[in-house]
Design a protein. Structure first.
Length: 409
C-alpha cells in the first residue's frame, strides 16, 4: 500500500484531476484526507505508526497534548487539540507525519464556483516564489488559475496595527502594565489560551489579519469564497475555530501554492504585471520577528507623541523562546510593557511551509517593506477607505468594533 504523500503526488501529476478511478494500491482513507481536510488535524500520519525507534519524540514535542497512543499502541492525533505548529513533524525522525493538504478542495471550489473566489496572500509572500515574481505577476497568476483576484493581507495588518496601538494607549497607563501580542500568530495565541491562560487579560481581543481580511471580503461580497495562502500550517486550524470560522473557507501553504503552479505548468514570472499598492511598511513587516512590535511602536508614537510611557518591546520567536519570555514576565525579570510572541523562529518568514530559507525570506520581506509608498497605516489612504467601508468615522472607532476585528477569547 502506497503512502498518503505518494497519493498526493500522483494526483498532482494528473494535473489535479481526481475524477478517474485511482489505482487500488492507495488507502481510501488517504483519499478522504485529501478531499476533506477539514475533518482531520493539520498534521496527518502518512503511514502506520505503531513501532517507534525514537521513543515517541513527536508526542514529547507536542505542547498541546494532541498526540496520543491508544490501548492497542496505535498513534492518534486529536484534531480538536492539534494547533498545527508543526513541531512534531520536525521531531519525527521516521518521516511518518506530514502537513494536511487543501489543494484539491480549493481547486475544485475554483473550478465550480459561481461566486467570486479571492486569494488572500500573507505578508510573508515576498520572494517566496522567485525573485522575478512581483506581487503584480502573482496576482495575474492567481487569476489565470480561476481566482477572481488577490488581496494582500498586509493591508489588514495595517488596520490591526492601529487597533493594537489604541489598545496599548488605553491599557498601559503606568509601570507594571503590559500587553501581549501578536494576534497574527495562532500558535502564540494558543499557547497563552491553553498553557498560560492567566495572562489572557493582557491580550487584546483582536482577530488576526487573515480573519479580518476574510470578513471584509465577505462583507463586500457575501457569497464569496476566501482562500488564504501563507507559510503557516497553524492557519488551517485557526480558520476552523468556531467563533471565527465565518471568515476563511480554505487555507493553503506557500508550498501548496507552488504545487498548484507546477501541476498547472504555470510560470508567474512570464505573466504580465497587474500591480496595486495597498499596504504600508508597517503591515508588510508583520511577516518577520519584531515586525509587529516595531509597527505598533511607530503608530503609538504617531498617535500620542507626548505620551509619557512609550512602547518598550520584548520579542520571542520559536515556542521555546516564547515560554522563556513568559517565565521572565512571571518572575518580574523584564522592564518591557509590550511582548511579541511568534511560534516560528524568524516569525512568519521562518514558517514551517516557506519555500525560501528563513534568512532569505526575511531579507525579501525587508526589501518589499522598504518599497512601500507609506510608512504606517496612519499615512495609508487605503486604510482610511476601509475604515469608511466598515462604517467608522475616526481611527478611535476601532475600539468600538464588535464584529469584524474583535473576538471573545
Amino acid at each position: 500500500m502506497k503512502t498518503l504523500e505518494e497519493l498526493y503526488q500522483d494526483i498532482l501529476a494528473r494535473k489535479l484531476q481526481i475524477q478517474e478511478p485511482l489505482p487500488g494500491q492507495y488507502d481510501p482513507a488517504h483519499l478522504d484526507c485529501l478531499l476533506h481536510p477539514e475533518k482531520y488535524a493539520p498534521v496527518l500520519s502518512v503511514s502506520e505508526c505503531e513501532q517507534c525507534a525514537y521513543e515517541r519524540a513527536c508526542q514529547k514535542s507536542c505542547l498541546f497534548d494532541a498526540i496520543e497512543i491508544d490501548d492497542q499502541g496505535k498513534f492518534l492525533i486529536r484534531p480538536e487539540l492539534c494547533t498545527g505548529c508543526g513541531v512534531c513533524i520536525d521531531a519525527c525522525k521516521m518521516d511518518r507525519l506530514m502537513a494536511s493538504k487543501d489543494v484539491f478542495p480549493v481547486m475544485k471550489a475554483v473550478r465550480e464556483a459561481k461566486n467570486p473566489v479571492y486569494l488572500m496572500i500573507a505578508p510573508a509572500f515576498a520572494g517566496q516564489f522567485g525573485d522575478q515574481i512581483t506581487p503584480g505577476k502573482l496576482r495575474t497568476a492567481f487569476k489565470a488559475l480561476g481566482f477572481t483576484g488577490m488581496v494582500e493581507v498586509a493591508l489588514f495588518a495595517d488596520i490591526l496595527t492601529l487597533k493594537e496601538a489604541l489598545e496599548f494607549d488605553r491599557h498601559v497607563q503606568k509601570k507594571g502594565d503590559f500587553q501581549l501580542t501578536s494576534c497574527c500568530c495562532p500558535v502564540w495565541i494558543a499557547m497563552i489560551r491553553k498553557i498560560y491562560h492567566e495572562f489572557m487579560p493582557h491580550v487584546p481581543g483582536a482577530v488576526s489579519p487573515m480573519i479580518a481580511c476574510g470578513r471584509m471580503i465577505k462583507r463586500i461580497h457575501p457569497d464569496a469564497i476566501t482562500v488564504f495562502a501563507g507559510p503557516c500550517l497553524a492557519k488551517k486550524k485557526e480558520a476552523r475555530e468556531p467563533d471565527i470560522a465565518d471568515a476563511v473557507d480554505y487555507v493553503l501553504t506557500f508550498q501548496e501554492v507552488q504545487d498548484i503552479f507546477d501541476a498547472a505548468d504555470l510560470h508567474p514570472e512570464e505573466l504580465y504585471e497587474e500591480d496595486k499598492e495597498h499596504a504600508s511598511k508597517a503591515g508588510r513587516i508583520y511577516a518577520k520577528s519584531k515586525g509587529v512590535s516595531q509597527a505598533v511602536k511607530e503608530v503609538v508614537d504617531q498617535l500620542r507623541p507626548d505620551r509619557k510611557i512609550s512602547v518598550i518591546a520584548e520579542q520571542a520567536d520559536g515556542t521555546r523562546a516564547c515560554m522563556e519570555m513568559i517565565a521572565r514576565i512571571k518572575e518580574g525579570q523584564t522592564e518591557a510593557n509590550f511582548f511579541e510572541g511568534m511560534g516560528c523562529v524568524g516569525g512568519c518568514a521562518g514558517g514551517p511551509k516557506v519555500i525560501l530559507p528563513e534568512e532569505e525570506g526575511r531579507k525579501s520581506v525587508d526589501v518589499y517593506a522598504e518599497s512601500a509608498l507609506f510608512q504606517t497605516p496612519l499615512e495609508n489612504p487605503f486604510v482610511l477607505k476601509l475604515l469608511e467601508e466598515m462604517g467608522m468615522e475616526t481611527v478611535e472607532d476601532l475600539l468600538k468594533d464588535e464584529t469584524l476585528l474583535t473576538r471573545r477569547f
